[in-house]
Design a protein around this ligand. Structure first.
Ligand code: NAD
Length: 297
C-alpha cells in the first residue's frame, strides 16, 4: 500500500480519494476551498494546510483540478508539487486539461527527475463514487505500470493511450464524439416527434439498427426508454452541459493547434455554448434535447 498526497478534493477528487483510503492506502489531501476541506475531513481524509504538507513523504501524488492553469500552478508554483514532493514520487494528474499544458508539465516533471502520467477520467461523479471510472493514461510504459495499481482502486478500466499528453487527447476526442452523438440523437428524437413517430418506437428500432450509440441506448435524452438516464429526472446531472462545453472547447483548441478539420466538433461546441448562455449550464448535457425541441431558453 502507498502513501498518497491528493490535491483537489472537489466533486470528483473527494470520492476518488475516499476509494484510495478504502483500498488501504494512506491519504493526505489538500484543497484551496474551505467547503471541500470540511467535506474531506468529514469523510475521514487527513486534510493538510498546504500542498507541501500533503505531499511530504508521499510516494504518489494524485491531482484532480479544474483546468490547465490550476494544474500548472499546483505542479510548477513556488511551493508546488515539483518544489516539495520527494524526488522519486510518482505524479498522476487526473484532471481534464489541454494537451499542451499536460505535455509541458510532464516535461517539467521529467526535468526534475520524476515520473508523471496524465490520466483523465470518464464516468463522472457516479463513477468516481462507485470506483468504476475509466482512466485514459499518457506516459511511458514504466510509469503506466506503476500508476495502474493506484488507479485500479478508483476505476475499472485503465488504458495506456501512449506518451505524455495522449491521455488528454483520448479524453477530448472521446468527448467530442459524445457531444456530437448526443446532439444527433436529440435532433432525430425531435424530428420523430414532429413526424408523429413515437420516441419509444424510434428507440426500439434504432437501438437495433445502424443509428445505435451510447447516447441513445445508455443515456437516452428523452424520458422513458432508459429509466436511469437524466431525462427521467428533469436532466439533473450526471455530466453537466458546462463540462461538455469545456471539453468541446479543449477539442477545438487542440484541433486548431494541429490544423485538424473538426467541423461537427466546432458546431457542437457552438450549440453547447448557446445552450449554456440560455442558463442551462448546470443541467445534464443531454438536456440539449430541449434546444432541439426549441424550448431551451
Ligand atoms: P470541482 O470544481 O468540484 O473540484 C476541483 C477542486 O479543485 C475544487 O475543490 C477546488 O477548490 C480545487 N482547487 C482548485 N485550484 C486549486 C489549487 N490551486 N490547489 C488546490 N485545490 C485547488 O471539479 P470536479 O467536478 O471535481 O472536476 C475535476 C476535474 O475532473 C476537472 O478537470 C473536470 O473537467 C474533470 N472531470 C469532471 C467530471 C464530472 O462529472 N464532474 C467528469 C470527468 C472529468
Amino acid at each position: 500500500m502507498a502513501t498518497i498526497g491528493f490535491i483537489g478534493l472537489g466533486n470528483m477528487g473527494l470520492p476518488m480519494a475516499q476509494n484510495l483510503l478504502k483500498a488501504g492506502h494512506a491519504v493526505a489531501g489538500f484543497d484551496l476551498g474551505a467547503k471541500a476541506k470540511a467535506a474531506a475531513t468529514e469523510a475521514g481524509i487527513d486534510v493538510a494546510d498546504s500542498i507541501a504538507a500533503a505531499v511530504t513523504g508521499a510516494e504518489v501524488v494524485v491531482t484532480m483540478l479544474p483546468a490547465g492553469p490550476q494544474v500548472r500552478a499546483v505542479y510548477a508554483g513556488e511551493a508546488g508539487v515539483l518544489a516539495t514532493a520527494a524526488a522519486d514520487a510518482l505524479l498522476i494528474d487526473c484532471s481534464t486539461i489541454d494537451v499542451e499544458t499536460a505535455r509541458e508539465v510532464a516535461a517539467m516533471a521529467a526535468k526534475s527527475g520524476r515520473r508523471m502520467v496524465d490520466a483523465p477520467v470518464s464516468g463522472g461523479v457516479g463513477g468516481a463514487a462507485a470506483g468504476t471510472l475509466t482512466f485514459m493514461v499518457g506516459g511511458s510504459e514504466a510509469s503506466f505500470a506503476e500508476a495502474e495499481p493506484i488507479l485500479a482502486a478508483m476505476g475499472r478500466t485503465i488504458v495506456h493511450a501512449g506518451d505524455a499528453g495522449t491521455g488528454q487527447a483520448a479524453k477530448i476526442c472521446n468527448n467530442m464524439m459524445l457531444g456530437i452523438q448526443m446532439i444527433s440523437v436529440c435532433e432525430a428524437m425531435a424530428l420523430a416527434e414532429k413526424l408523429g413517430l413515437e420516441q419509444q418506437k424510434l428507440f426500439d428500432i434504432s437501438a437495433k439498427a445502424s443509428g445505435q450509440c451510447w447516447s441513445l441506448t445508455t443515456y437516452c435524452p428523452v424520458p422513458g426508454p432508459v429509466p436511469t438516464s437524466p431525462a427521467n429526472r428533469d436532466y439533473q446531472p450526471g455530466f453537466t452541459a458546462a463540462m461538455m462545453l469545456k471539453d468541446l472547447k479543449l477539442a477545438q483548441a487542440a484541433a486548431q493547434a494541429v490544423g485538424a478539420a473538426t467541423p461537427l466538433g466546432a458546431e457542437a461546441a457552438q450549440l453547447y455554448a448557446l445552450f449554456a448562455l440560455e442558463g442551462n449550464e448546470g443541467l445534464d448535457f443531454s438536456a440539449i434535447m430541449k434546444m432541439m425541441r426549441g424550448r431551451s431558453g
